[in-house]
Structures are given as structure tokens and as C-alpha cells.
Design a protein around this ligand. Structure first.
Ligand SMILES: [Zn+2]
Length: 258
């Protein structure tokens, strides 16, 4: 029987702008909030599974915890908190960011894999795949998979599309190169995760209250609808401005924020 699979999308875990790693005012979740979220999942009977695993549980409560980009806090902050609780997560790593300042080193990527965490791909350069021609698209998808496999000694089966953006062309290319589980950033509960090959994710953002987190995981109450509407509203400027224009606008708005 197929039961819903909430997939949580994190980036870095940072107490503040001076924390190690690359702080983002929207996506950097405070380590204390992350800890409270993990404990909420455990209290409510959720069992964590890897992004490409489809392990059934007796009462159907499963959750996939994912991290994008490969911030150094994935190892230094997230890993110990996960291990203390016997939980697993999937780290979607942009291969071209490995060994850059604030990001995971090659050795740290291997450590995450050796600790039983799943390593998935997140492009080579983090270019938005829709902006690339076919040859550049194939190179992004292939090179990142090859590099991560070499670092971990394991096959890389899952991928989160950079920016969560991709249409049928990008997904077909990824499947042709061997990715079996693809993730975007459309918010949703994944009602048929064992059948769907293109999974929705719930973005966990800085300052999110625990009750909002809980209602998104359970996909109940008014919060899910609000998050969908917010996502739709944000996809308009993306469509109108293009991916690069949208990123510039986002950077300007974040700088203007108090
Ligand atoms: Zn990303």
C-alpha cells in the first residue's frame, strides 16, 4: 500500500550570519529549530528514509529529510543531530561546490556516505537546467553523478533539480543518465510516492514555527494551501523574468530586507 511521503527540503543549518557555512536569510534554519523538528517527527511516529528508499512502515508514517547544495553545516551540525536520533537524511550535493569555502570537502562527502546517509546529485554548477542546451544539460547531469559516485564509492540514484526547476525535457534527460528518483521544489504531500517519479518537497525556512512545520508535514489545515499559493505567486516572476532575472530580484529583495 502506498502512503504519503513528506519530503523536507533544508539547505544549511546556521545560528546566524557568522556561523560556519553559507548563511541565507531565508533558507538557513537555526540548529535549535532543526532539533525541535526532528524531535517532533520522532514523537509523532515518523520514520526517516533515504530519498531513493521506499521502505514501508507499519503505520505508514515515513519522512524523507533532504539537504540541498552541500553546505559544511550538513556534516558539522546536521549529521550529529541525526545520528543521535538514529535518523537518516539525503544530501543533494552540487559537485562543483565541493571543496569550496563554506561547503563540504571531498572527504566530508565520503564521511556522510559512510555514516549511512544517502548522497544525491544537485547538478555540477547549480545552473538551472532549463537554461541549458542539450549538450550542457547532459554534462551537468553526468559529471555530477560521476564525481559523487567516485567520492562515495556508491551509485547516485537520486537528484534534486537546482532551483527545483525542470520540465519534461530535463527529467527525461536525468532518467536517461540513470537517476531513478527526481525531486523538485513544488510543495506537496506525495500521495503516491512509490509510483511517482517526480517528487514534491516541503521547503523548511528560517523562523518557521513548529506548528506550521507540523501542519506541512501532515499536509493538513490551511498552511499547505498557503504554501502552494506562495509557490505559485513566486513562479510568476520566474516565468516573466527568467531564472537569472529572478535570482537578481531575489538578491535585491533580500538585501533590502531589515
Ligand atoms: Zn540548490
Amino acid at each position: 500500500m502506498s502512503t504519503a511521503l513528506p519530503v523536507l527540503m533544508y539547505h544549511g543549518l546556521h545560528a546566524g550570519p557568522d556561523s560556519r557555512g553559507r548563511f541565507d536569510p531565508v533558507y538557513s534554519v537555526h540548529p535549535d529549530a532543526f532539533t525541535a523538528q526532528l524531535d517532533w517527527l520522532l514523537r509523532n511516529g515518523y520514520r526517516s528514509i533515504g530519498a531513493s528508499a521506499r521502505t514501508a512502515t507499519a503505520d505508514g508514517r515515513r519522512v524523507a529529510i533532504t539537504f540541498d547544495d552541500g553546505d559544511v553545516s550538513n556534516l558539522e551540525v546536521a549529521l550529529p543531530l541525526l545520528r543521535e536520533r538514529g535518523m537518516v537524511a539525503t544530501f543533494f550535493i552540487t559537485s562543483g561546490f565541493v571543496d569550496q569555502p563554506g561547503m563540504l570537502s571531498s572527504a566530508q562527502v565520503a564521511l556522510l556516505a559512510d555514516a549511512g546517509m544517502e548522497i544525491g546529485a544537485h547538478g555540477r554548477s547549480h545552473a538551472f537546467l532549463e537554461d541549458l542546451d542539450d549538450a550542457a544539460l547532459a554534462a551537468e547531469l553526468r559529471d555530477s553523478r560521476t564525481r559523487l559516485s567516485a567520492l562515495t564509492g556508491r551509485a547516485v540514484e537520486s537528484m534534486a533539480l537546482p532551483g527545483g526547476r525542470g520540465s519534461e525535457r530535463e527529467r527525461r534527460a536525468a532518467r536517461a543518465l540513470g537517476y531513478t528518483h527526481l525531486f523538485g521544489s513544488v510543495p506537496g504531500p506525495n500521495r503516491n510516492p512509490d509510483r511517482d517519479r517526480w517528487l514534491q518537497r516541503i521547503a523548511v525556512t528560517r523562523g518557521m514555527a513548529l506548528e506550521e512545520f507540523a501542519s506541512l508535514v501532515a499536509w493538513r489545515g490551511p498552511r499547505p494551501r498557503l504554501s502552494r499559493m506562495r509557490f505559485e505567486a513566486l513562479s510568476w516572476p520566474k516565468r516573466v523574468l527568467g531564472n537569472a532575472g529572478y535570482e537578481r530580484l531575489r538578491a535585491r529583495l533580500l538585501k533590502a530586507a531589515p
